[in-house]
Design a protein around this ligand. Sequence first.
Ligand SMILES: Nc1ncnc2c1ncn2[C@@H]1O[C@H](COP(=O)(O)OP(=O)(O)OP(=O)(O)O)[C@@H](O)[C@H]1O
Length: 507
Amino acid sequence: MAGVIGWDEDVPTGVLIGLTPLGGEAVAAEVKKDRTSGHMELLHVMVVDDDEAVRKACCEIAGRLGCVVVGAGNATAAQAILKDHQIDLILLDLKLPGGGGMALLEQVKMLHPETAVVVMTAFATVSSAVEAMRIGASDYLTKPFALEDLTLVLERAGQRHHMDVQSRQLRERLRTQQGVSGLVGQSPEMEKLYRILSKVAFSTHPVLILGESGTGKELVARSIHFNGTNAAKPFIAVDCGSLVPTLIESELFGHVKGAFTGADRAKEGLLATADGGTVFLDEIGELPLDLQSKLLRALQEKEVRPVGATQARPISARVLAATNRDLATMVEQGRFRKDLYFRLNVVNLRIPPLRNRREDIAPLAMHFLAKMQKETGAERVFSDDTLRMMIEYDWPGNVRELENAIERACALSSGPVLHMGDLPTQLQDFRMQRGGSSVANGMEQADEDNDLAAPKAGIVSIAELEKKAIMDTLRQLNGDKLMAARLLGIGKTTLYRKLKEYGIAEA
Ligand SMILES: Nc1ncnc2c1ncn2[C@@H]1O[C@H](COP(=O)(O)OP(=O)(O)OP(=O)(O)O)[C@@H](O)[C@H]1O
């Protein structure tokens, strides 16, 4: 019989209760045999039980599993320990003297929410274990419990703790832009995304990534894979929107030799090739209905049947899917299978459009500029107006449009400063539409910096506006008249004429 802890009816107290038949060496051997996780050494455990024998037994087993263990005989002692020590897991007897167990649990969950609590209760009081789980206990043990039960609970807590630590570290890396996949952005929306991402990276469930085109869905999928536990396994992206249906089928599920004309040899499908890695199904909304059924079966059964094959093959790939379509509406319209939608939508990650997180635009722009500098070796900066315009623009093509705009500006610009004239036409058009307010803003700045004669009465003549616009532009371009004429949208000769006319030839 395996050792039993907490069996205090026919076993005398004061020794490792119920462990006597195993003896010290046997306990160690049993624990070693059961040990499956390598993360126990990270776990700081506190055992809170007024029954010294049970406390000692639990401490010894946790210690043998590699945990750093401390015991407390009552709630006050436990509180004192919690004040000075980082405790990852508490094994808590609910029946502490004075009903203190439940109160201690509540206090721990409030003051130390990251500390896991496993409650120990007598068989007769299982209902209090249920109540404890409701308050936040992560697990429970019913006394008397077997050695393996305790080992299992400690193993589980160790694994959970390890995952939590990894997930916290990943979130921090993502926040500080050190994420392996280079996700940039610290808006509250992106912070929220990192929080979910750092959790799903360590699971194997499907994840549905939603967002407009160019918001970074594939980058997020890569980030999930390359920050997860199977990062060394393949990441395979399949664009369901650009492949013809017959090709998608044989790509995903494979085919046997002679399955169709041209299939002169057997081919393994990507779901099988991924072999423990990730298959990223981009544009999942474009997948034809019959293939949706086939994919659903593959996800449910964890096996695929290649085209033309009679036998199914096991698969172990994780599936991440993305779409810029409204899948829920497609389900209502009967264009997407409801059961597949539910299967993929276990967790969903919604990436907001760039216009809804404008604080990310400048960091992203800087990121892409730095990337270009690495590629070309040319150092460049944005003029203030260019950056302001980029922040105000709505970016319907999202991050991809921003990246392309900066690449283009770098290619076109003749000097180290990227001006508005270097941005693509859609931004120029936007600038024209916003012209009034931009000129006004420019004037405000000019007034501050140059103290140009701003009319106090609030009425500004067109000539005055024009003069200020020219002055302001020249000031920002360090007197580069050629560039000023280009950005102002007038010819070089016109600019010289106006400089003379307004008496600013020396500007
Ligand atoms: N947060 C981000 N940080 C850095 N780069 C980003 C970010 N989001 C997107 N990008 C970059 O923008 C470009 C478009 O991203 P991606 O291809 O992942 O978008 P998508 O949503 O999958 O687009 P589509 O819907 O068109 O397939 C890529 O070059 C990607 O590296």
